[in-house]
Design a protein around this ligand. Structure first.
Ligand SMILES: [Fe+2]
Length: 257
């Protein structure tokens, strides 16, 4: 099955301080009406200060990073509805599950990248790896896209694209083939290896950084990334990412970093 299951947050039910204060106020008022002033003064509770609002964000060491743009900023190429589900349900669920899985473990004190490398070595920690890698991959994917992106790489990156792919069209062709050719769920990546650019694809949650790779940009090809907007036309979604959304400035920053 290609698509992840949705995990929804339980609605927060908070006994708001307003309700309880109103109730107290009503009781105190009733006592006065009954002519029991002295008694009321002794028994009327002192209102407590308002309690802080209940947290709705995932708790634990790993936080859901904010999107770098508004949910509808990538329209008409990726809808606000797709981003709303993808970020608000899928990405959030990876963070929530990761936090639950590392609770009380040494992993809870590690950087996310180190959790990925550590759990990627051991098949018995595959479920933690999957959630950690997906948490990282999605944060990287959001930054790989930008409204009015898909222009042209600049500077050193442009030179490398020309040297290693014969130019931007050559890169797009190879990247689209990898993204379309990924059987089932996964990711397509532009990475640097031994000083050269390469296009690679990974299945499911797998990520180049598990093996010390250096990605510059990525494209999520899980169905949840495009199905609401493109249904089975994955190629159209990938073309929109490459031509209209890809953030070459982010790629250059990663190359320099
Ligand atoms: Fe995704």
């Amino acid at each position: 099955m290609n698509q992840e299951s949705f995990t929804t947050q339980s609605p927060t039910t908070s006994q708001g301080p307003t309700n309880s204060l109103n109730r107290r106020g009503f009781l105190a008022g009733s006592a006065v009406l009954l002519g029991a002033n002295a008694m009321a003064q002794k028994t009327t509770p002192v209102p407590k200060p308002a309690e802080p609002a209940q947290q709705t964000a995932p708790t634990g060491p790993f936080a859901l990073p904010p999107l770098p743009w508004a949910e509808n900023a990538l329209e008409p190429h990726i809808s606000g509805k797709t981003i709303g589900f993808h970020y608000g349900k899928h990405h959030r669920a990876y963070i929530d599950k990761l936090n639950k899985a590392v609770e009380g473990k040494k992993l809870a004190e590690m950087k996310l990248e180190d959790v990925i490398v550590e759990t990627g070595k051991d098949p018995s920690t595959a479920s933690i790896f999957n959630n950690a890698a997906q948490a990282w991959n999605h944060a990287f994917y959001w930054k790989s896209l930008e409204p009015k992106g898909g222009d042209e790489p600049k500077g050193k990156l442009a030179d490398m694209i020309k040297a290693d792919f014969g130019g931007l069209d050559g890169f797009k062709k190879e990247f689209a083939e990898a993204a379309n050719g990924q059987f089932g769920s996964g990711w397509a990546w532009l990475v640097v290896e031994n000083g050269k650019l390469r296009v690679v694809k990974t299945g499911n949650a797998d990520t180049p950084i598990a093996r010390g790779g250096k990605p510059l940009v990525t494209c999520d090809v899980w169905e949840h990334a495009y199905y609401l907007d493109y249904q089975n036309k994955r190629a159209d979604y990938i073309a929109a990412v490459l031509d209209k959304l890809l953030n070459w400035e982010f790629a250059s920053q990663n190359l320099a970093g």
